[in-house]
Design a protein. Sequence first.
Length: 289
Amino acid sequence: MSAPPAAVANSSRRVRGSLAWHAGALAVLAVVLYPVVWLIGASFKEGDEIIGSLQLLPTDPVAKNYTRLADGLADIPISTFFYNSAFLAVGSVIGVLLSCSLAAYAFARIKFAGRNMFFVLMIGTLLLPYHVLLIPQYVLFQKMELIDSYTPLLLGKYLATEAFFVFLMVQFMRNLPKELDEAARLDGCGHLRIYWSIVLPLCRPALITSAIFTFINTWNDFMGPLIYVNTPEKYTVALGLKMFVDQEAVSDYGGMIAMSLVALLPVLAFFLAFQRYLIDGMATSGLKG
């Protein structure tokens, strides 16, 4: 028995709709992946071929852009830039997780006078553009003689100045059952023990989410090190890339692109290592305890 004409027409429309959806998704994927493919192909091109050619992949691949990285920049090993970036990124992650989680615990689990007002003021700092605070912060650190050091880049991370991550952790902690705190107090636990032994382990998805974004933002930060760091030996990867382009001499675009590709690997590895916790955090952030 053959299918009715209406069912055949509906099936045909579904097939065409599915094909159109997949074709659109592939087109969007091609647009998103184009810069990555271009970056990989350009890292195997000569410098003049990178600027003057529209070809996506090299016709005659060369590996000297990567081998040149071993020579360093201005007598500074490339590993120095990666070490400096890793030091700042790891230090920032530790500072954000400790300070923001403590502030979030206070806002979410402790009742004190003016709690709501202070929380609103903290959220209000998200409305302040970074460039508005740049000059007064620079003047402050200059008066404290902390320029050309990592202190201006790390100090705020340990003082819970990242309002977005505080807000994220507060929303997560508010969903935890209050009975856990009450049971812990009956056993003689104070706020510090409750925070460390009960709240933090249950907030692991929110902590990992904050760690991922902090690591990526710090690793890719260009403006902060550019303002506060002056010594080339203290440059991060972002500032090291700038050294490849010299307006008064020959610019090494091939080396810059090769280093850009290598600089993506730590961020990609960090994300892949903790991505499942990021997904867990998004999946459980709306659950009620």
